[in-house]
Design a protein around this ligand. Structure first.
Ligand SMILES: Nc1nc2c(ncn2[C@@H]2O[C@H](COP(=O)(O)OP(=O)(O)OP(=O)(O)O)[C@@H](O)[C@H]2O)c(=O)[nH]1
Ligand SMILES: [Mg+2]
Length: 238
């Protein structure tokens, strides 16, 4: 396990990603030779973990943590960050398994971290970035949510819900993960907010985000309403 000497780790949480996971891991390993890979699977009923286990048997850069049940994206990342810190990784990246985040951007994220930034965000909302494959409704939800969160939280980051990013170790060591309000998708907004408030150096670099073509979205109405509420709570309580 993680005896490669690499200092970069990509963490991908999975829930029912059997259509994506093998090809995704292959693409990441190929396009980012500097990186090791950790999947945090919440006992996906479709057998995602078994596929990862097979790959890990012959590929030392690939690791798997299995948790007993679906506990949310934020909680998966928290466990992953602890795993990374315990093993001495210097830079850690978050990525979804559904190919929305193109592995070709990984070297660019790394370059910015090496250049002195603490948190580098793959952003859909800066010049040169964008989204491919969303319908009007999804654009409205995402755009509206983004403007709302930016106004409520008063922070300059444009892609607040971004899930493709890289951290320097020091950020992971210092953010108060145990005090986070969110276990689910809002975790992404909360991470940006707390990192910004703590004064870390943050940069957004443009990415083209592609909607998933295989597997099912875990996004739902509850997540959206929870986000509206948590943004207010974060602003006034943290
Ligand atoms: N371990 C774990 N992974 C999760 C959980 N919820 C979502 N994921 C994974 O987190 C990543 C992002 O989830 P997605 O369903 O793609 O969410 P999204 O990107 O906001 O929305 P869509 O792309 O439209 O589906 C994917 O790799 C999911 O498999 C969870 O509760 N536990
Ligand atoms: Mg997705």
């Amino acid at each position: 396990m993680a005896r490669t000497g690499n200092k970069d780790l990509i963490i991908t949480p999975t829930f029912n990603e059997k259509e994506n996971i093998a090809a995704f891991i292959e693409a990441v390993l190929k396009q980012f030779p500097e990186g090791d890979f950790l999947v945090i699977d919440d006992s996906s009923p479709d057998g995602t973990a078994g596929i990862v286990e097979d790959i890990a048997r012959s590929e030392g850069r690939v690791n798997l943590v299995t948790r007993p049940g679906k506990m949310g994206l934020g909680s998966a990342y928290r466990d992953g960050f602890r795993w990374a810190l315990e093993r001495g990784y210097e830079r850690v990246y978050e990525m979804d398994a559904d190919f929305s985040h193109d592995p070709k951007y990984l070297p660019l994220l790394m370059e910015e971290l090496l250049g002195g930034h603490d948190l580098v965000i793959g952003s859909r909302r800066v010049k040169g970035g964008g989204v491919e494959g969303w319908g009007l409704f999804r654009h409205l939800i995402s755009g509206g949510g983004s403007v709302y969160s930016r106004i409520v939280l008063g922070i300059p980051i444009r892609d607040l819900t971004a899930g493709f990013k890289g951290f320097r170790r020091g950020v992971l060591e210092s953010l108060p993960w145990e005090r986070f309000l969110s276990q689910g998708f809002f975790f992404q907004v909360e991470t940006h907010y707390r990192a910004w408030k703590a004064g870390f150096k943050i940069k957004e670099i443009p990415i083209l985000f592609r909607d998933r073509t295989a597997g099912k979205s875990k996004m739902n109405k509850k997540i959206i309403f929870e986000g509206l509420y948590l943004a207010l709570k974060l602003r006034f309580k943290v």
